[in-house]
Design a protein around this ligand. Structure first.
Ligand code: FES
Length: 109
């Protein structure tokens, strides 16, 4: 496990959330209130990049078919509208430790 520097904390807080490339991975990072969240940024349904932050429910919604994932544990909590009966338990995304360090957001991969 290695802490990797990503974007500035200032830019993340201005945007609310961002998908960033970290090595070979895309990680979706969100700042909600004073907490940070980081989950795999590639949707487990059909590999779209995650991008819509739902701050009131601590979820991110996939732009392609609107599956929703819990930011705290990576679980799919709403299925894609094109596959309402999909086995959501098998589509959980990896979550990562995340922190702010010297003005930057770091993710432990
Ligand atoms: S690719 Fe994300 S819901 Fe289909």
């Amino acid at each position: 496990m290695t802490w990797r520097k990503t974007i500035t904390a200032k830019s993340l807080r201005a945007a609310g959330a961002s998908s960033v490339r970290v090595g070979d991975e895309v990680i979706y990072i969100a700042a909600v209130g004073d907490k940070l969240y980081a989950i795999n940024g590639v949707c487990s349904h059909a590999k779209c990049i995650l991008g819509i932050l739902e701050t009131d429910s601590l979820r991110t919604k996939c732009q392609c078919h609107h599956a929703e994932f819990n930011l705290t544990d990576g679980k799919m909590v709403v299925p894609p509208y094109v596959a309402p009966n999909i086995l959501m338990d098998k589509l959980t995304l990896k979550v990562y430790p995340v922190r702010e360090e010297k003005g930057f957001i770091e993710v432990d991969t």
